[in-house]
Design a protein around this ligand. Structure first.
Ligand code: 15L
Length: 281
């Protein structure tokens, strides 16, 4: 077996789920360029395979599809799933049932590590400006964020019970460029995104780790102290866009401005923007 070790060592056999999604389309060429032997998956049709790449299309709730995705794989990068707030049934199918099928497949096939797309929305009801470490309590801002808290617990279960490593990436706003005030804190630039995922794949012996997926923004709210063994060192900073964003910014909903989850937190929220609605803790 190829050791999980430093970059530039032997190529790893990597499966990427959700390869046609907003993050997948950044990671797919990036991981191929990094020299990994990639198996790209999506429910939707994928563009033609590159040299050395395999493709699998299908629904991850189906264990036969999971088998095709994970057979012979060292590391599964799981980006598939619902990535916004949706009705409970859809969240359960795509983010709970499919994730469970993926981890069961990882166990069947001896996959050594899962890189799981968690989200800042598992913490979105923390107040904006409040600094969060890796041990911050989950405060989901909706069913989507709640599914990511569940996913991080699933990662823990499969490490504790089956020795499958996981890196849960608490992804902020993964965009080519930040476009709103909130992004000055939450932005994860594409260069940093690829660097983060490469470290999550390649770093040796991570055990069960969660890390904030954020660039080196001077206004960031999230602190990765404790995850140094991953070796993630972001270089992008949303501050370079601050003046342009402020000049163009439309008025922000006060509830969206109050909470880290922004519009996800404000949606359907019956608290007040400040004062009597102040949350404890
Ligand atoms: C996410 O987790 C979402 O998938 C994405 O649509 C953005 O809302 C992002 O977080 C964000 O917080 O900006």
């Amino acid at each position: 077996m190829t050791p999980l070790s430093d970059p530039d060592a032997s190529p790893l056999r990597v499966a990427l789920t959700g390869a046609a999604g907003a993050i997948g389309i950044v990671l797919r060429p990036g991981l191929l360029r990094a020299g990994h032997r990639l198996r790209s998956h999506d429910l939707r049709p994928l563009t033609a395979a590159a040299a050395g790449e395999e493709l699998v299309e299908g629904d991850l709730r189906d264990s036969a599809i999971v088998d095709k995705v994970l057979a012979g794989i060292d590391v599964a990068v799981h980006m598939a799933g619902t990535s916004v707030e949706r009705p409970l049934d859809e969240i359960i199918e795509n983010n709970l049932r499919a994730l469970s099928a993926l981890y069961e497949g990882a166990r069947r096939h001896g996959v050594r590590r899962v890189v799981f797309a968690s989200s800042n929305h598992a913490f979105g009801m923390h107040e904006a400006g409040h600094q969060l470490g890796l041990d911050a309590p989950f405060r989901p801002d909706g069913l989507y964020g709640l599914s990511k808290a569940w996913g991080e617990s699933m990662a823990r279960l499969y490490w504790d019970k089956h020795g499958i490593e996981s890196v849960s990436l608490r992804i902020g706003s993964a965009l080519a460029e930040p476009t709103e005030i909130r992004h000055l804190s939450t932005w994860l630039g594409h260069r940093d995104l690829l660097a983060l995922v490469r470290r999550a794949i390649e770093a040796p012996a991570v055990g069960c780790l969660a890390v904030w997926g954020v660039s080196n923004n001077v206004r960031r709210w999230w602190d990765n102290t404790g995850a140094e063994r991953l070796g993630y060192r972001p270089v992008q900073d949303a501050e370079a866009y601050a003046a342009a964003i402020k000049a163009a910014q439309a008025p922000v909903d006060p509830l969206a401005a109050r909470f880290q989850g922004g519009s996800f937190a404000a949606s359907g929220c019956t608290r007040t923007a400040q004062g009597s609605g102040k949350l404890s803790g």
